[in-house]
Design a binder for this molecule. Structure first.
Ligand code: NDP
Length: 617
């Protein structure tokens, strides 16, 4: 199970895991190579069919048992995350433990509905009577590659729907924060997941690259640069990918906003996890009349944040910088901004006097789009605040940049806020909120532009881990020969052409009318005796009617008879449909009878599309 084959070689080249808040090495994990990854995927491939075969209920049992395990071991889960991220336990409990618990329950329960067979209704008369179904089948082995910022959410979180869909999963967590994933493997093993179904492959970038080569689908979260590499590598084997690549989330504060709420949100959603959040508030645009007040509120709140190694609950607000090179990147963004005319209102440099890696919570004013901090992902506790003249300017600036993950608009006028939100180029846009949408597992979240491909949560959050199969089931008593089958004949070709003509007259019937028409046909043609033993005579007639080509015949008849002039089509279609359906069988159609005398040259009988090609229509 669990952590994959640990070889002598792997242990010798082990990766030290550091607590970023203290600088201590807290563990060493193996660095797995390509051979070990291949072996893990082979094992996963062997284990997957049985995991699929136990069905949604069997898999839900394991996932819900894992949820109970997580509740019972909550402190261990939180402590492990805190140790490898240097983030306060308060935040870890709220942002990761809570997410893990709800995701285990959500996907266990939602999977059967999201992946249930879908019966499809087609408007095409050519497939009338057929059963059309889309079904979802697991892909096989899914490779999940995660970053270091949320070791539970962004790594194990993506494994949960993949497992619920019936896949085996090999998870490659970031080498910086692998311990939580190993704990999740231990959890699932204790909760009865079959050997090989969930494995954790520890290692660095090369380990991730090797995984891409072996699996049936890759779910990747991380930087744009690595996301592109993953996609290019996956293209070699035509392996599908889903990419979550970070963002530069804009916050638009309109003049009428509740500035106290907006300021609290800017500070919380800009500084939580030290800003190392892909859906962090990364830049703020404030309408001029509210700018000074907003900046003052934000500055006061940021100045009062408590920073340091995680301690007792309620003792620290902002934790460590997890990834060592990140400190230099944040510093470079601040330096670049200052060089281009920005003003550091508070913070602005690595925090001194603390044991680990920290960056001061920072507010920047007088910023503009010539600065890296307004365009590139900073991924740190910085909040650049820019004054704008009106909402149009705010939207234009919000959309100026490569990313499009999330955004937010703040105003007391929610209707106006929604209108502005709809103009922002981002996969998610909140009004008077930010980030919290992530807790709504029913609501898709995924990036536009450089922020990624595909989405998490909602139906696509699990369907991406499945392959679709479309099924078309034609009854066994369908006619031996369809009208379009060989051999071709002139009369049939002519009638098919007429049918096409009728069909391209798309305003003849709306989809709803077509459906009603089908029901009418099914109801009005109960003249065929069902075959012996047919359990569903109504369904039989419905299907049998379709094999008579009745809908096509009706349409052609309507066109040819002129009974439905364009002006009258909508109002008279039902009556005409009934008449036209009955008329060829019963000769009954008062309207046609009246007209026949006048239009005998134009009215032609309904073509019988099921006639043999040799016979005369
Ligand atoms: P990366 O994109 O480099 O890493 C993400 C994951 O991919 C890690 O597990 C990494 O392994 C792995 N990886 C690295 N190279 C390859 C490869 N060639 N093929 C397959 N997998 C690979 O992110 P970083 O951790 O380096 O962070 C860099 C930047 O990315 C941050 O500054 C931030 O801007 C952004 N980021 C965005 C996140 C988000 O949530 N969208 C999360 C984290 C970072 P390993 O870490 O072991 O090298």
């Amino acid at each position: 199970m669990s952590a994959g084959p640990v070889t002598e070689a792997a242990i010798k080249t082990g990766i030290p895991v550091e607590n970023p808040a203290t600088g201590e090495t807290i563990a060493t994990v193996p660095e797995l190579g390509a051979d070990e990854i291949r072996a893990m995927v082979t094992q996963a491939r062997e284990a997957q069919p049985a995991w699929d075969a136990i069905g949604f209920a069997g898999r839900a049992e394991v996932l819900l048992s894992a949820r109970r395990w997580m509740v019972a071991n909550a402190e261990r889960v939180v402590t492990t995350i805190v140790a490898e991220t240097g983030r306060p336990a308060d935040e870890t409990q709220f942002a990761e433990l809570a997410y893990g618990l709800s995701a285990l329950e959500f996907w266990a329960k939602a999977a059967p509905a999201y992946l249930a067979d879908e019966e499809i209704q087609s408007a095409s008369p050519f497939v009338r009577g057929r059963k059309l179904v889309v079904r979802y089948a697991p892909l096989g082995v899914v490779g999940v590659i995660g970053p270091w910022n949320y070791p539970l959410n962004n790594s194990f979180g993506d494994c949960i729907p993949a497992l619920a869909a019936g896949n085996a999963v090999v998870l490659k967590p970031s080498e910086i924060t692998p311990l939580t994933s190993l704990l999740m493997a231990e959890m699932l093993a204790e909760c009865g997941i079959p050997e090989g179904v969930f494995q954790v492959a520890t290692g660095g970038g090369e380990t991730g690259a090797a995984l891409v080569d072996e699996v049936d689908m890759v779910m990747f979260t991380g930087s744009v640069a690595t996301g592109k590499k993953v996609m290019a590598r996956a293209a070699e084997t035509l392996t599908p990918v889903s990419l979550e690549l970070g963002g530069k989330d804009p916050m638009i504060v309109l003049a009428d906003a509740d500035l106290e709420r907006a300021a609290n949100a800017a500070v919380s959603y800009g500084m939580n996890n030290s800003g190392q959040v892909c859906i962090s508030v990364e830049r703020v645009y404030v309408e001029e009349p509210a700018y000074d007040d907003f900046l003052e509120r934000v500055t006061q709140k940021v100045r009062s944040l408590r920073q340091g190694p995680p301690g007792e609950p309620g003792s620290v607000d902002v934790g460590a910088i997890i990834f060592p090179p990140q400190i230099e990147l944040i510093e470079a963004h601040v330096r670049d901004a200052v060089e281009r005319g920005a003003r550091i209102v508070t913070g602005g440099k690595p925090t001194e006097g603390l044991p680990g890696r920290f960056f001061e919570p920072t507010v920047l004013a007088d910023v503009d789009h010539s600065m890296r901090c307004m365009i590139e992902e900073t991924f740190g506790p910085t909040l650049p605040v820019m004054k704008v003249g009106d909402p149009d300017e705010a939207v234009r600036l919000a959309n100026d940049g490569p990313y499009g993950l999330q955004a937010s608009v703040w105003t007391r006028d929610t209707e106006r806020g929604e209108a502005v939100a709809r103009r922002v180029e981002a996969g998610v846009c909140c009004v008077n909120d930010a980030q919290l949408n992530y807790a709504a597992l029913e609501l898709p979240m995924g990036g536009w532009k450089a922020s990624g491909l595909g989405s998490r949560h909602g139906p696509d959050g699990i369907r991406k881990y499945a392959k679709r199969q479309s099924l078309m089931i034609t009854p066994g008593y369908a006619p031996p020969r369809e009208l379009h089958m060989f051999p071709y004949s002139a009369p049939v070709t002519e009638q098919v052409a007429q049918t096409f003509n009728a069909l391209v007259t798309s305003d003849l019937f709306t989809d709803a009318q077509r459906q009603t028409l089908s029901v009418l046909c099914d109801t009005l043609i109960p003249s065929l005796p069902p075959p012996e033993g047919e359990a569903d005579p109504t369904g039989f007639w419905a299907r049998a009617a379709s094999h008579l080509g009745v809908p096509e015949a009706i349409e052609i008849s309507l066109l040819q008879s002129g009974a439905c002039s364009p002006a009258r089509r909508r109002s008279s279609w039902t009556a005409c449909a009934i008449c036209s359906t009955l008329w060829p069988r019963t000769g009954w159609c008062p309207r046609r009878r009246r007209r026949r005398a006048r239009r005998s040259s134009k009215a032609s009988p309904i073509p019988d599309l099921t006639r043999s090609p040799g016979s005369t229509p």
